[in-house]
Design a protein around this ligand. Structure first.
Ligand SMILES: O=C(CO)[C@@H](O)[C@H](O)COP(=O)(O)O
Length: 251
């Protein structure tokens, strides 16, 4: 059975001129996590913000109370050099550092030891994130198949295994795009093989698409425009949660 629903509004759709207040309000409206989209204009064709802004918004949101607690900062790192930013994001209050498999493998990032590391090993990166005291997530773009994760997810050492897999249901880079149902077989396959895994879906999620995502077995739901653009965001958050928990037989 899938883990319980976690609703993580994407702050890409928040009011950037009033970000702290918008983040606090979203939590008051019932969100579990905040999904913080970090874009570098290189891995994706868009730019958002970096550590100083995350540090500021952290002050507006409760610290997580437990491992997957309320207020968890779920940082989705759409950046070309994921290894380089691990410590900085830890220092500003990131709880879950979710990097892209595609970036880890093509990165010419500095290694933690400061040496040039042309090919970063995703398992080593997961271990490094865990060593910094954060949860680790690994994200897949639509073009990447889930088979690339088998060895990582079945690693014998739990320090090398991710706490969450993120299946993108749009091309990363922008909010407000159309949901790609074609990505759901990946979720189904993962859920079948890993009943306890946190599987996050991101892109185009809202009242019109949640049934499909929940049927496939996703339990961590990112929603940007559907939450921040709603007349009543609490209602949307509650509906997303209820749908996921009902389909997983938790209600
Ligand atoms: O990571 C991304 C986009 O790259 C997402 O987090 C979107 O920001 C989700 O926005 P909506 O599709 O829900 O509007």
């Amino acid at each position: 059975m899938a883990p319980k629903a976690i609703i993580a509004p994407s702050i890409l759709s928040a009011d950037f001129a009033d970000l702290g207040a918008d983040c606090r309000r979203t939590m008051e409206q019932g969100a579990d996590w905040l999904h913080v989209d970090i874009m570098d204009g290189h891995f994706v064709p868009n730019l958002t913000f970096g550590p100083p802004v995350v540090a500021k918004i952290r002050k507006h949101v409760d610290k997580p109370s437990a491992k997957y607690g309320r207020g968890t900062f779920d940082c989705h790192m759409m950046i070309a050099e994921p290894k380089k930013w691990v410590k900085e994001f830890k220092n500003v209050g990131c709880d879950l550092y979710c990097f892209h498999y595609e970036a880890a493998f093509s990165s010419a990032a500095e290694s933690p030891e400061g040496k040039s590391d042309a090919k970063t090993n995703p398992k080593e990166l997961i271990r490094y994130i865990h060593d910094q005291g954060m949860l680790a997530g690994i994200a897949l773009k639509p073009a990447t198949g889930v088979e690339v994760l088998t060895e990582i997810l079945e690693s014998s050492d739990e320090k090398d295994r991710p706490d969450m897999v993120l299946i993108m249901t749009v091309e990363p880079g922008f909010g407000g795009q159309k949901f790609m149902a074609s990505e759901l077989p990946k979720v189904q396959e993962l859920r079948k093989k890993y009943p306890e895994l946190n599987i996050e879906v991101d892109g185009g999620l809202g009242p019109g698409t949640i049934d499909q995502a929940a049927d496939a077995g996703a339990n961590v739901i990112v929603a940007g425009s559907a939450v921040f653009g709603a007349k009543d965001p609490s209602e949307v958050i509650a509906l997303l949660r209820k749908t996921v928990d009902q389909k997983a037989g938790k209600l």
